[in-house]
Design a protein around this ligand. Structure first.
Ligand code: SME
Length: 161
């Protein structure tokens, strides 16, 4: 396992390309879900400096805070609430350029200005968790982030989901 992430300066697309194999290395040989989700969140936060990066896990019929990096956050989100709930119910990634304009957005921190949330599905297509990434910059996320993050989430293994 690599001890440090090595990310060359460059475009965000280039940084995702450099990050992907290093996350693959971090996960190799480890089958503990908490450990692996924690390292994924930490690696994304470290490389891009986003305000908040973390997982909400489907538990007890709601979304419950999982491994994350950033300020303290809401612990439980109903399936039909917020951007996370939207990604859960639609099972689709969603980019919110301005959270103030998203009806029902849950403001865990006022510094959060834009957001991307991506669902993670199991083999039968059920959403088992979502990845929530918040930025303190308006309109910070594009299709580049969606593709880069979806590829990383593809590494989440059935064996430890
Ligand atoms: N903003 C999210 C809630 C989670 S926090 O931002 C960490 C939402 O509306 O679902």
């Amino acid at each position: 396992m690599a001890e440090d992430l090595i990310i060359p300066k460059g475009s965000r697309a280039e940084q995702y390309a450099a990050l992907y194999p290093q996350i693959q290395g971090l996960l190799a040989g480890e089958n503990d879900q908490t450990a692996n989700l924690a390292n994924i969140a930490a690696a994304i936060k470290e490389v891009f400096g986003f305000f908040w990066v973390g997982f909400y896990l489907v538990k007890e019929n709601q979304l419950v805070l999982g491994p994350f990096q950033g300020p303290v956050a809401c612990t439980r989100i109903p399936f039909h609430k917020g951007v996370c709930g939207h990604a859960y119910t639609t099972a689709e990634s969603i980019i919110v350029p301005d959270v103030a304009l998203f009806p029902g957005h849950i403001a865990c921190a006022s510094a959060s200005k834009s957001e991307i949330v991506l669902p993670v599905k199991n083999q039968v297509g059920d959403v088992t968790m979502v990845l929530d990434v918040d930025s303190d910059v308006l309109n910070d996320f594009s299709a580049v982030d969606q593709m880069g993050l979806e590829k990383i989430l593809g590494l989440i293994n059935e064996a430890w989901q």
